[in-house]
Design a protein. Structure first.
Ligand code: SF4
Ligand code: SF4
Length: 387
């Protein structure tokens, strides 16, 4: 790549040159029209990176800010007819800038510093991470399955972690957690460009998995799932499946399997619900059907929105956007919650604690009282009825 960029962005030089400026990627970008000028849309971002790569522009704070003005939802990549890996290039650009000695914008930096200092993005005490754990659940026990609750379910949406543990326990699964030793998976550091620090965390986490005798690692958060399954091998050469023989699953996949095997009995939910595809589970990891099968398996009727599966609008929380642009993130959450609550349904179900928290705030702003459930809490309701 000509110009001064020699870091992670170099691998995307060919992609940037493939852009034909058609603008298809602009259509459903959740952030572009919050401040609708070209540099906030994916097409504009690609042109900025192309100019940087060719040496006709120099890195500036303005360009850095544009690359961080993105939820990393992945819609633009899926929509691009030329196959430009847009959102991956934007993430690589962030890492390139940090590698050049620049800093992430203020809002993003706050969460990065919290992850580095305390092992979570919320400024919470490390010791409080296991606050959600029921007394019967022992952390760090040799087991077949490790349940990685993640920061959001541990500190902000405990119902997700508690319901998951109850479901796995009722299914007779031999599982454990890491409790207060869990820490952060590295997702936020990766999304915000702090790859060196993320790699250190990845190596520490790998050590935590060794010695537990586990065969399966299951996460509540699609961000943790993507980080373990995709980012660790791709960015750091740490392949947990190859190196430790670990099967990595999102909880929706495990629930689906346990239902199929008859180990989770759920029924009796006489409800109509719609499902919101989390970006990191759907577009990034291709997991669309398992959560839907769980919802139907619980006896609920599933009503699909036209903007679902790979076309699903983002909730506005990802990529550090919620921490950095709280008000704009809320506007997008209200927009998405409004789309979904226009359907004649009783509830919105999703499979990501981040989406739940943002959509709950969004639905309030939209002016509806429709409930928003994370899949584990929704499923736990159905298992209790089946008893
Ligand atoms: S859809 Fe692809 S080719 Fe079209 S403007 Fe966007 S990045 Fe460029
Ligand atoms: S990843 Fe999503 S938010 Fe970011 S530029 Fe692409 S469409 Fe917009």
């Amino acid at each position: 790549m000509p110009g001064t960029l020699e870091g992670p962005l170099k691998a995307f030089a060919g992609d940037l040159d493939k852009c034909v400026r058609c603008g298809f990627c602009r259509e459903l970008c959740p952030v572009g029209d919050l401040y609708p000028w070209e540099a906030n849309f994916p097409r504009g971002k690609v042109q900025l990176l192309r100019a940087l790569a060719r040496g006709s522009l120099r890195v500036s704070n303005y360009i850095v800010d544009r690359m961080y003005f993105c939820t990393t939802c992945g819609y633009c990549s899926k929509r691009c007819p030329s196959g430009v890996r847009t959102n991956e290039a934007f993430e690589a650009a962030r890492a390139e800038f940090i590698g050049l000695g620049l800093r992430a914008p203020e809002g993003h930096l706050r969460v990065v510093e919290s992850v580095l200092r305390l092992g979570n993005p919320f400024g919470e005490a490390e010791g409080d991470r296991e606050r959600w754990m029921p007394p019967w659940l022992r952390a760090g026990r040799r087991s077949k399955v490790l349940y990685w609750a993640g920061c959001m379910a541990s500190y902000r949406l405990e119902e997700t972690a508690i319901s998951t543990a109850k479901i796995l326990n009722a299914a007779g699964l031999d599982f454990t957690t890491l409790g207060r030793a869990e820490g952060d998976c590295g997702s936020i550091l990766i999304r915000t460009g702090y790859w060196r620090e993320a790699e250190r965390l990845a190596r520490e986490n790998t050590k935590k998995f060794e010695g537990l005798g586990i065969g399966t690692l299951v996460t509540s958060c699609p961000g943790c799932f993507r980080t373990f399954a995709n980012d660790y091998p791709k960015l750091f050469g740490i392949d947990l499946e190859r190196d430790l023989g670990l099967e990595i699953l999102h909880s929706s996949q495990l629930f689906e399997r346990l239902m199929r095997e008859g180990r989770i009995i759920a029924s009796g939910l006489d409800m109509k619900v719609t499902y919101h595809d989390p970006c990191h589970l759907g577009r990034h990891m291709g997991v669309y059907d398992p959560p839907r099968n769980v919802i139907r398996g619980a006896g609920a009727e599933l009503v699909e929105h036209s903007k679902s599966r790979w076309l699903a609008s983002c909730c506005g929380a990802g990529g550090g956007f919620r921490s950095a642009h709280g008000e704009l993130s809320l506007r997008q959450a209200a927009r998405r919650a409004g789309q979904l609550s226009d359907l004649a349904v009783n509830a919105i179900v999703t499979a990501c604690p981040f989406c739940v928290v943002n959509l709950r705030r969004g639905i309030e702003v939209f002016g509806s009282d429709m409930p928003v459930y994370d899949l584990p809490a929704f499923l736990e309701g159905a298992t209790s009825r089946a008893k």
